[in-house]
Design a protein around this ligand. Structure first.
Ligand code: AMP
Length: 188
């Protein structure tokens, strides 16, 4: 199985590049942000609780996202591989993911980290907010909060995969095709 973690701060281009990777390698895309937004749209209890935190730019509890990923892994036993986008975002999430994959005899092949500076991230997210309608993309203070959460809780996850010699850094600025080529070279 080809299991990849696409890593990087909000606005780094993980969603855009995931779509390319999914069609090139026939992987299943698992974005915890998308899964949470589906719960919100469906008006579930989980969605309502998550929305409160997401609207403030804060992370939702580890158990919630780990549970969602566990159920997606269970319902797709024949997948060629998964691309994890926006997950894991904390060390406990990374440890849980390693265990879930090891239980089914597989593991993460690589963590690909898209590197983009903060000024560019804020510009991209504000732009995306105009089209996506996402409330967490429309307020610069919430965007800064999300970047702070990333720096405090998510950035350390890189060291977790670096210790397993799976971490690769990719420049996330340039054309979508050039960035995709760099990702493909790192994977192949
Ligand atoms: P994203 O679409 O990945 O930018 O995620 C949007 C929001 O969903 C984040 O700001 C968090 O509030 C929440 N979220 C998404 N994925 C996770 C995760 N793995 N752990 C905790 N919170 C998450």
């Amino acid at each position: 199985m080809l299991n990849l973690v696409l890593f990087g701060p909000p606005g780094a281009g993980k969603g855009t590049q995931s779509a390319h990777l999914v069609s090139h390698y026939q992987l299943i895309h698992l974005s915890t942000g998308d899964l949470l937004r589906s719960e919100i749209a469906a008006g579930t209890k989980l969605g309502l609780e998550a929305k409160h935190l997401m609207d403030q730019g804060l992370l939702v509890p580890d158990e919630v996202v780990i549970g969602m990923i566990r159920s997606k892994l269970e319902t797709n036993p024949d997948a060629k591989g998964f691309i994890f986008d926006g997950f894991p975002r904390t060390i406990p999430q990374a440890e849980a993911l390693d265990n879930l994959l090891s239980d089914v005899g597989t593991s993460i092949k690589a963590m690909l980290a898209l590197e983009v500076n903060e000024e560019e991230l804020i510009k991209r997210l504000l732009n995306r907010g105009k089209d996506s309608g996402r409330s967490d993309d429309q307020d610069v203070e919430i965007i800064r909060k999300r970047i702070n959460e990333y720096n405090a809780k998510t950035a350390p996850v890189a060291a977790h995969y670096n210790a397993q010699e799976k971490f690769r850094s990719i420049l996330g600025i340039g054309s979508i095709d050039d960035i995709f080529d760099a990702l493909r070279k790192a994977i192949d």
